[in-house]
Structures are given as C-alpha cells and as structure tokens.
Design a protein around this ligand. Structure first.
Ligand code: FMN
Length: 371
C-alpha cells in the first residue's frame, strides 16, 4: 500500500518528506518576547515527531503585537538569539523542516493567557493599548483599539519585513504569515472590523491592501528559494463578514505575489461567531481554494485520525494537513499514522527499540538498532 499522506512534497526549494505539518501553537511561555526552556523542550520534542514541517508559534513583529505578555516576538536581538537556540537543537536532533508564523495581534492584544480566561490586561496591570484598522471592539465587553495612522501602517509593513530578515538569519526553512483568527491582518480584511475611509478600507481591494503589502514586503526580504505561506480565516462565521468568496479572491492575489500555500482556517474575529465544529469542518475551504485559486492548500481543524488525513490528501482536497491539538495529545502522531498506513516512520535512533513487536520490520535496514 502506498500512502498519499506519506508521499513527499515540494514547496519552492523546500523538500518535505510527507504531507504532515505541526500547526503553530502559542505557548504563552516567553519572557519579553523571548523563547524559554519550555519552548526548547516543546519544540525539540515536536521536531522529532515525524511531521515534515514544524511551524513555530505565532511570533509577533513588535511588542504591542503580542496577545499576552508571554507571547513570542521576533523584534529584538535577544528574541532572535533565544529562537536560534531552539532552532539549533531542532536542526541537530530533529528531522522536521522548520517554519515560523509571523503575526500581529492587533485589537486582540494585551490579554492574560487562555488558562487565565483571556482577561483584558489594562495598561495599569502590565498591559498596553491595542491597535487595529478602526476603533471597533471585538465585542461590547472588549477594549476599543486605537485606529492605526497611515504612518503606523507603513512602519508595521517594515516591521514584518524586519522579522522576516531575522527569520532568514536564524535559518528557518519557511514563513507563514498569520492573516487569520481575528488578528491584525484579518482585521483589515473583514468589513466587520475595518471601517476605514482611506485606501485601506471600503472596497475588497482596499481591505486587502495592507495584508498584500505585508506579503510583498516579506517576500522581498525572504530568499527566493524559500517558501512563504499565509494562514487565512476563510469565513468570519458571521453574517456580513469576511467569507469564502473573498478568500478565493485574496488567494488569487496572494499567489501573484509569490505566496506558496494557503493554510485554510476560519473564525476568530467576532465573539458572536457561530461555528459548525466537527471532524474536518474546514477541509471544504482548503478544497475550494485549491480548485478556484490554483494554489497549494493546507487543511486544518479537527483532523485527528490517520485515515481521515490520508483521505483528504488522496482525494485531492488539500496538499497537506496540519494538526495542532492532535500533536499536543500525541507527539508521536505521525509515527502512529505511518504504522497504520503502511509507511515507514522517521524516528530518532535513540528510540528505535520502541518499535512494536508486531511490526519488527518497520524500519528496514535500521532494524539492527534493536538488540
Ligand atoms: C494551544 C494552542 C495554541 C494555538 N496557537 C496558534 C497560533 O499560534 N497560531 C495559529 O495560527 N493558530 C493557533 N492555534 C490554532 C491551531 O493552529 C489550529 O488551527 C486549531 O487548533 C485547529 O486545529 P486542531 O483541531 O488540529 O487543533 C492554537 C491552538 C492551540 C490548541
């Protein structure tokens, strides 16, 4: 049996050994934007998970772009050095290629972590004033952001490019820009959060302008042979908001700018969203974008089973699958999926003796490691 999920794939100059990505996951465990030992252990573990691509968590381009004071940034030399330490370990011991998700939280910034109920952090409690395209709160009980000036928008584009240059210096293989989940780029896209009356608001072309300018700036700061992807929310799940039709139009423009994949997520902009959550509920978005925009897509969201993932790839609904909670629950998810689908998992030699007795042949010539 040949598994579609374990077929190699290529994103520009980046060779991937299978179609599995570890989705970016905030850990809220940084200090002044710098990764800590928690990230070292967490990402080090996931770098040997058997997934072809490990995407580091949402990493913000300026301090005010962090969701919480514990979020990771890439805006200082100290941030860069802290990430490099983790990357060096993953390179030395892991097999996964390494991506980083660059972002700005916009109006969703300055909160406590989810395990502390994502409470608003006021400046007097160590928080800061969030910014956004317009002075519109996410919900009645959310803080009202300060609308960005044109000069601030220009400065932010440069900050995204600067973080991309730092990512290149560290040696990342791929960048994913976060234009989903109600964060700043998504806030510009949606008519529910963007009511600007300048060239950044109003028509679809105007609402897409800032994210597209960010993509263009990052693309030119990032080497031509290295891939760049964009995570999008394909719908706000709210009447009158951003939707899949606009997402397809956005994906077509992104492709023209040299974007290599769309990571098709949804929601996160409004508190009154109604999401029909269920297994693989966002896969139809990846399928639609792949077909109508002719671009590589990553399917994400409640993909938990090996055969479910296999089917998504085999049926051409997406080119890759990403898992988040699945990898937190079972960091060996890709090893187990490989065994189930008849492929050969990539395990570090230190762990080869753990192979199941019933599949003693699974590592081929590496079997000698079991003594
Ligand atoms: C702990 C945690 C942290 C997350 N942080 C991020 C993040 O940094 N960036 C992002 O785009 N999505 C983030 N997400 C969303 C996941 O990447 C993913 O889209 C979502 O959990 C659905 O996939 P799943 O069903 O495989 O978990 C996070 C999810 C979890 C559970």
């Amino acid at each position: 049996m040949t598994s579609a999920l374990f077929q190699p794939f290529r994103l520009r100059g980046l060779a991937l050994e299978n179609r599995i990505m570890v989705s970016p996951m905030c850990q809220y465990s940084a200090v002044d934007g710098s990764m800590t030992d928690w990230h070292f252990a967490h990402l080090g573990m996931l770098s040997v998970s058997g997934a072809a691509l490990l995407c580091f968590e949402m990493t913000d381009v300026e301090p005010a772009g962090r969701i919480t004071p514990g979020c990771v940034g890439l805006y200082s030399d100290a941030n860069e050095a802290a990430i490099r330490r983790v990357v060096d370990f993953c390179r030395a011991h892991g097999q996964a290629k390494l991506g980083i998700q660059l972002a700005h939280a916009g109006r969703k910034a300055s909160t406590t972590p989810p395990w502390d109920a994502r409470k608003t952090l006021r400046p007097e409690d160590g928080g800061w004033q969030p910014v956004g395209p317009s002075a519109i709160a996410m919900a009645e009980d959310s803080p009202v952001p300060r609308a960005l000036s044109l000069a601030e928008i220009r400065a932010l584009i440069a900050k995204f490019a600067d973080s991309a240059s730092r990512a290149e210096r560290i040696g990342f293989d791929a960048i994913e820009l976060h234009s989903a989940h109600g964060y700043l780029l998504h806030q510009f896209l949606s008519p529910l959060s963007n009511r600007r009356d300048d060239e950044y608001g109003g028509s679809l072309a105007n609402r897409m302008r800032f994210p597209l300018q960010v993509v263009a700036a990052v693309r030119s700061a990032w080497p031509g042979q290295k891939p760049l992807g964009v995570r999008v929310s394909c719908t706000d799940w709210v009447e009158g908001g951003w939707d899949i039709e606009q997402t397809v139009a956005f994906a077509i423009e992104l492709k023209k700018l040299g974007c290599d994949w769309i990571d098709a997520s949804s929601g996160g902009l409004m508190k009154d969203q109604v999401i029909p959550v269920g297994p693989g509920y966002q896969v139809p978005f990846a399928e639609r974008i792949r077909k109508d925009a002719g671009i590589t897509t990553v399917a994400i969201g409640l993909i938990t089973e090996a055969r479910q993932a296999e089917k998504i790839i085999a049926e051409g609904k997406a080119d890759m699958v990403a898992l988040a909670r699945g990898f937190l629950w079972d960091p060996r998810w890709a090893w187990h999926a490989a065994l189930e689908l008849g492929a050969t998992p990539h395990m570090p030699p230190q762990y080869l003796r753990a192979r199941p007795a019933a599949r003693a042949d699974v590592f081929g010539e590496r079997q000698h490691a079991r003594k």
